[in-house]
Design a protein around this ligand. Sequence first.
Ligand SMILES: C[S@@+](CC[C@H](N)C(=O)[O-])C[C@H]1O[C@@H](n2cnc3c(N)ncnc32)[C@H](O)[C@@H]1O
Ligand SMILES: Nc1c(NC[C@H](O)[C@H](O)[C@H](O)CO)[nH]c(=O)[nH]c1=O
Ligand SMILES: N[C@@H](Cc1ccc(O)cc1)C(=O)O
Ligand code: SF4
Length: 460
Amino acid sequence: MERPVTEADLVFEHVPETDQSFENALEKSRAGDRLTVDDAIELLTTGTDIEGIDRTRKERVLEAADRRRAEVVGDEVTFVANINNNVTTACNVGCLFCNFKDAAHTFERDSEVETAGFTKTPGESREIVADAVERGVYEVTSVSGLHPAFTLDEEHREILEAHPEPKEVNYKPPERYATDPGTYAEQMEAMSVDDVHVHSMTPEEGYHARRGTDWSYEEVYGRLKDAGLDTVPGTAAEILVDEVRDVICPGKIGTDDWLEAMEAAANVGLGLTATIMYGHVDNEAHRAMHLKRVRDLQERVDGAITEFVPLSFVHQNTPLFEHDVVSGGASIDEDELMIAVARLFLDNIDHVQSSWVKYGDEQGLKMLSCGADDYMGTILSEEITTRAGGEHGEFRSFEDYVEMITSIGRVPVERSTDYETRRVIDPDDPPFGPQLGPKADGTPLLDADERAERTVPADD
Ligand SMILES: C[S@@+](CC[C@H](N)C(=O)[O-])C[C@H]1O[C@@H](n2cnc3c(N)ncnc32)[C@H](O)[C@@H]1O
Ligand SMILES: Nc1c(NC[C@H](O)[C@H](O)[C@H](O)CO)[nH]c(=O)[nH]c1=O
Ligand SMILES: N[C@@H](Cc1ccc(O)cc1)C(=O)O
Ligand code: SF4
């Protein structure tokens, strides 16, 4: 177990105090000037000169962000036909905000406790993806626990087998486990059915795929690309300020490593997304600093980041909440300001995503008028948020999307992962099924019976 978090750990060097004024920061954002970290702090707090959030000021920030969204991308709301195929929940990194993971020893053949988690072989992954491709999906998103038996490829496995202290590099041979996840390269290859788009290998997974070697991130992402990887999810970012990471994910790579991995992935030609996971022990100064680090990264990678995804912390079943380190997640006001300030600050990232997994349908739609323009994907199954206690279900159909997006007077558009390929959907011309995937033919992803079996979202 990690050392318990003490009150002293929550006394931060970076606090939301500035010499800037809220009115000045708002004026700058309306004029389209590039914002500073202090400007972002003023906007996120609705002014450091007052206690708490001022609703009138908040509405002015949301309005500025909504206007900016309209200027940058217009009235289209995009979404992608995708599935999640997470390979394994085995993980010993121990992030305190995460309930997706299961202790890796419970997966061992001779474990006395039955594991509550899962591991898929490359063959099982292939079957799941093949079925989804037949249904018409464009993209498979795959993020996993850092399974001790996972290696990049055979060569990496041989290196770790020969390591004098395998424990030091978090390695145990696959034979020890009831199910062998294969190598990362084998999983990428298995998931690349009919050239479906594979969105996988977060910087944390990239780090795991080079542990115990002197390989660069370029080497690792280059090999993964050759095996079928198309784009890299910018999760594992959490808050890119080490004093926060030291509290919520002390076992994870640091900010510099995360940035290095992302830059390397871009250098070998992979597209990227970026995220922030906020609303736990972080304050507005941390959120603003995070935005700056993402904006600077986007300059260095020459626009490779296609979207920014604010992930609101889901607190219910997490160690942070259970050990009373936090009393809940972000408020709705904080959520709306996070979306709006991301839109205003990230002047070099075109798309801001509203996650229905985190916000639900009603609030998720509201976010599309606070600066967001993308409404995520169909995903078909969800494990990270659900295991953390989230209650917004696991699937949205094209019918759901068309109904929701037209209800707020916007235009539903099916997109590719990189947003380059787009199809405007005519709400008067059903059926609305996907058309961009390698085998998509316009019919719905699931038939009526299959839909009825899915988790019913709590908020609709
Ligand atoms: C569960 S991890 C899986 C991939 C890999 N293990 C990693 O950490 O990069 C993916 C992301 O899910 C997000 N996540 C995990 N638990 C969450 C929670 N309780 N609330 C919101 N987001 C969460 C975090 O941003 C995390 O980086
Ligand atoms: N916001 C969440 C996402 N977003 C990712 C998208 O669905 C899509 O894969 C991306 O836009 C690239 O095309 N995925 C989740 O599983 N959970 C979320 O909360
Ligand atoms: N799977 C992550 C979210 C995510 C995945 C891929 C992305 O590109 C962005 C966000 C979660 O549920 O929290
Ligand atoms: S966030 Fe990722 S690395 Fe951290 S415990 Fe969860 S699965 Fe493991």
